[in-house]
Write a protein that binds this ligand. Structure first.
Ligand code: SF4
Ligand code: SF4
Length: 176
């Protein structure tokens, strides 16, 4: 199997996410509530009983690269928030990690998602508030994109990736 450099894999990852975003926007999102007029903006990202977004190693690198563009002050602030989130919600890489929930540290009041344009996780791209259940994008769409992201990880790192809760995955202590 021909390996991909991490740089190339990151480019392909962003292209995959851009295409997924376009497809969700044009095929589904017009039937959802508008986030621009949402009276509880960010509730979806900060609901500590609901958010369990997991990402792969390659996605974690993409997010770290986006966060690297922040000012030093903001970098330090977000880094502390990530650390606090891990401790507060006792996030762990062991056991049934998908049962662990948390308020996402990448939501910034007044700005929104800090990785909205680059690095946004797949479930966040797919998520919106729909009044009718039948208008929701089917789960298979997300599963298909996740399969592609797994493949990119294998091409970049030569082994299967571990999906981790986002704060743990982007914490600098990640070892795999
Ligand atoms: S996804 Fe839902 S809760 Fe979140 S900002 Fe949009 S409308 Fe509001
Ligand atoms: S990554 Fe962005 S969209 Fe996803 S939960 Fe965090 S702040 Fe919200």
């Amino acid at each position: 199997m021909k390996r991909l450099s991490e740089r190339l894999a990151l480019e392909k990852l962003q292209k995959l996410k851009d295409d997924f975003t376009k497809s969700i926007k044009s095929n589904y999102e017009h039937k959802a509530k508008s986030c621009l007029t949402c009276e509880t903006n960010g509730a979806c990202c900060l609901d500590a009983h609901f958010v369990n977004v997991h990402i792969t190693k390659l996605e974690a690198i993409a997010i770290q690269n986006t966060l690297a563009n922040l000012t030093e002050h903001n970098k330090a602030k977000i880094s502390q928030r990530i650390e606090r989130t891990i401790n507060k919600y006792k996030l762990s890489r062991f056991g049934d990690t998908f049962s662990q929930t948390y308020a996402c540290p990448l939501f910034e009041k007044g700005t929104g998602c800090l990785v909205h344009f680059e690095g946004k996780p797949l479930p966040c791209i797919q998520h919106a508030c729909y009044e009718n259940k039948e208008d929701l994008p089917p789960d298979e769409l997300l599963a298909e994109q996740e399969g592609r992201v797994e493949k990119l990880n294998i091409l970049a790192y030569g082994k299967r990736t571990t999906w981790l809760p986002l704060p743990l995955a982007i914490h600098t202590g990640r070892t795999d």
